[in-house]
Write a protein that binds this ligand. Structure first.
Ligand code: CO8
Length: 258
């Protein structure tokens, strides 16, 4: 597939998507989000891919939705086209894990895009924020909901109301990112983490992602039942037999996704 605003690569079960609008700090316009949706769907369907890494440049993961594209739009155009709605839904359909490797600015829609991934590894120069308030609008693709779940109401509210940025250390302390690494090591760290996931049974990986995400969508009781039923279902797979036999035989399991 030929794309103009992203770069894609598949290597050793890892699909990498790099946002690539350097002149606009990877600002998210309709074309980029459509291309991203297509690339994600195609990697999700591709048996060669087990994990996806989404990244940007050293200066910016993404500095938000494209302000220049949005600035002249009317309410009728935004609401009538469900601006960014289908693109965001497409991303949420992806069943394979997506790791966000974030360096530089992850602002507005960029921060929201990172939070839509399954976890975030941050470079030490990463800066997160929801500065939409400075533009006379508010977050629109999940910032008020997801940031609040990640960092709690107080910090989220302050960030949405003041538009201030959070640096990588604060993001790690607050639970927004899984860890911070030196900027030069970001991709190596993300690839190492992705490779670790790619070694596991692809079926358990899908199940684990579904079950963890269910924690955000349901009651504890329902979530626990959902998890237990998925756990039971794993016993219909050859990978479960292989994983447990390999443990008993003190060898590395060979998971095949069956
Ligand atoms: N949109 C469009 N262009 C951008 C954006 C953006 N979000 N961010 C940066 N650019 C462009 C700049 O205009 C500039 O282009 P040019 O050279 O042609 O003038 C180029 O990228 C480089 O940017 P700067 O010169 O500003 O770089 P600095 O290093 O001086 O500053 C900053 C970097 C601090 C990141 C600064 O660019 C900035 O503040 N950017 C805007 C950040 C922002 O406000 N983001 C929120 C946008 S709104 C949003 O994300 C809403 C999401 C919800 C959508 C919901 C739809 C349903």
């Amino acid at each position: 597939m030929a794309f103009e605003t992203i770069l894609t690569e598949i290597d050793d079960h890892i699909g990498t998507i790099r946002l690539n609008r350097p002149d606009a700090l990877n600002a998210l316009n309709a074309q980029l989000l459509q291309e991203l949706g297509k690339a994600l769907a195609s990697m999700d369907d591709n048996d060669k891919v087990r994990v996806i890494i989404l990244t940007g440049s050293e200066k910016a993961f993404a500095a938000g939705a494209d302000i220049k594209e949005m600035s002249d739009k009317s309410f009728v155009e935004m609401f009538g086209s469900d601006y960014f709605g289908p693109e965001v839904e497409a991303m949420l359909k992806v069943r394979k894990p997506i790791i966000a490797a974030v360096a530089g600015y992850a602002l507005g829609g960029g921060c929201e895009l990172a939070m839509m991934c399954d976890f975030i590894i941050a470079a030490d120069n990463a800066k997160f924020g929801q500065p939409e308030i400075n533009l006379g609008v508010i977050a629109g693709i999940g910032g008020t909901q997801r940031l609040t779940r990640f960092v709690g109401k107080s910090k989220s509210m302050e960030m949405h109301l003041t538009g201030r940025m959070m640096d990588a250390d604060e993001a790690e302390r607050s639970g927004l990112v899984t860890r911070v690494v030196p900027a030069k090591d970001l991709m190596a760290d993300a690839q190492k983490t992705a490779a670790k996931i790619a070694e596991k049974s692809p079926l358990s990986v899908l199940a684990a992602k579904e079950a963890v995400n269910r924690a955000y969508e349901t009651t504890l009781r329902e979530g626990l039942l959902f998890e237990r039923r998925l756990f039971h279902a794993m016993f219909a797979t050859e990978d479960q037999t292989e994983g447990m036999q390999a443990f008993a035989e003190k060898r590395t399991p060979q998971f095949r996704g069956n």
